[in-house]
Design a protein around this ligand. Structure first.
Ligand SMILES: [Zn+2]
Length: 467
């Protein structure tokens, strides 16, 4: 196995070698919980999900941390407008975020810490920066001294002074009384009406950047393998994370930085004013399937800009319908003993091509080309009559790969749920035998409501499938 990633830090494609053999530690910047996440955010989260699935599929143990930013300028502004305490306000959007994540089939990170639960860790880290001369107090706030970190700009190539004007609003909002215009805030002094924490730094609240350094190092150690996020976070957020972390520890913070490119909608930047702004629930309310949205977000390799269109989601729905149908027919196919050597070899080649594409910096486009080839091979085999047992086994294993890594197929049938369905079918069969047709119909309706379709055979047996 040889996984390669494009490392934003070195701007080269590199062989992935984790610090500890067999174990990957990774951090992904999570959502700011003041609103529903939009599909641009979810492009990054789907990329992170595919990254984690691929690493696990390749046999690594994984420790994946994703923070929830539950205190910042925008959250405070909107919580105040809603007349709610910070925690109560953010709680709702944390819940909605996980609902959306579940709908998109995102696996949960091993740890999902909230910033406001880690204020002591942030204060401790800022204390270290003060002691080593990387930070200073000014008028009640504490700032990082960029002049103390000569490697500043190593990730983004930004040497700053010229970049500040074009930087995000977060930097602007993070500017107060600094020694140097480039310095960024670590701890903000209390403002009237804002949530505040007592600390040796004075009463105040953390700046945005420090939270990721503090939480990443708490759960993953001072040096770890992968840090990922959207490309818009590269500067200043990730650059500042490097400066804070390495300034405090003197050790390399992260080995591999991975950044997902922008998402456009109909070729333009997504904005509410342009009317091309979508949250996941906007799309679900219009009747689109979450899995088709996932497919669209996954299909373009993460380092290429993705142009999202509703026509693209519709095409993905059709594509997935055909793919799931092939998968179902394969699962249900009768087989004959023996092996068809050619077909089994073809499946082995497809599986190898799929794995190689994903190993190549998560090239999902090439991986999906392998999936299309799998689909064709299976359809041809089924059209030619009863496949052999060895062909069916090999092809099912290939579909398992696709599901494990890309998660685009209909959810696998959970054994427990299957048992429940079969118990209900047995009860219905007994009811029919006892001529209690009302009860039999009731059970059929109950299963239909959950998308389970029953097919009664001539001999009284009942087969079932998911709609
Ligand atoms: Zn972050």
């Amino acid at each position: 196995m040889s996984i390669h990633f494009f490392n934003s830090l070195t701007r080269t494609r590199e062989l992935f070698v984790p610090l500890e053999e067999g174990q990957v530690r990774m951090y992904a910047c999570g959502p700011t919980v003041y609103n529903f996440a939009h599909i641009g955010n979810f492009r990054t989260f789907v990329f992170v999900d595919i990254l984690r699935r691929h690493l696990k599929w390749r046999g690594y143990r994984l420790l994946h941390v994703m923070n929830l930013t539950d205190v910042d300028d925008k959250i405070i502004r909107d919580a105040r407008a809603a007349g709610l305490p910070l925690r109560e306000f953010t709680e709702k959007y944390v819940r909605h975020f996980w609902e959306d994540a579940d709908a998109l089939g995102l696996e949960r990170p091993e740890v999902a810490p909230r910033a406001t639960d880690h204020i002591p860790e942030m204060i401790e880290l800022i204390g270290r920066l003060l002691r080593c001369g990387c930070a200073y107090h000014s008028e009640g706030s504490t700032y990082f001294r960029i002049a103390s970190f000569p490697r500043y700009g190593v990730l983004s190539g930004s040497k700053l002074s010229g970049n500040i004007a074009g930087a995000s609003e977060r930097v602007e909002a993070d500017e107060y009384e600094k020694d140097d215009v480039r310095d960024f805030v670590l701890w903000k002094r209390t403002q009237p009406g804002e949530p505040t924490w007592d600390s040796p730094l004075g009463p105040g609240r953390p700046g945005w950047h420090i939270e990721c350094s503090a939480m990443a190092m708490k759960y993953l150690g001072e040096s770890f393998d992968i840090h990922c996020g959207g490309v818009d976070l590269m500067f200043p957020h990730h650059e500042n994370e490097i400066a804070q972390s390495e300034g405090a520890t003197g050790k390399p913070f992260v080995r591999y930085w991975l950044h997902a490119e922008h998402l456009l909608v109909n070729g333009r930047k997504m904005s509410k004013r342009e009317g091309n702004y979508y949250t996941l629930r906007d799309l679900l309310e219009r009747g689109y399937a979450a899995r088709a949205v996932r497919y669209v977000l996954a299909a373009v390799p993460y380092r290429k800009p993705l142009n999202f269109t509703l026509a693209g989601v519709e095409a993905a729905e059709r594509r997935l319908k055909r793919l799931n149908e092939t998968f179902r027919r394969l699962r249900e196919a009768q087989t004959v003993a023996g092996a068809t050597a050619d077909d089994v070899t073809t499946i082995a080649q497809i599986r190898a091509a799929f794995g190689a594409a994903m190993d190549d910096d998560l090239n999902t486009a090439d991986a999906l080309a392998a999936v299309a080839q799998l689909e064709t091979t299976v359809n041809v085999a089924l059209a030619h009559g009863t496949p052999t047992e060895s062909f069916k086994t090999a092809a099912l294993a290939a579909f398992d790969d696709v599901q494990a890594v890309l998660g685009i197929l209909d959810p696998p049938e959970a054994p427990l749920l299957d048992a429940t369905i079969e118990a209900l079918i047995a009860e219905r069969t007994a009811a029919r035998k006892a001529r209690d047709f009302a009860r039999a119909d009731e059970i059929r309706a109950q299963l239909a409501a959950q998308g389970i379709i029953l097919e009664d055979g001539k001999d009284g047996t009942t087969r079932w499938r998911r709609a």
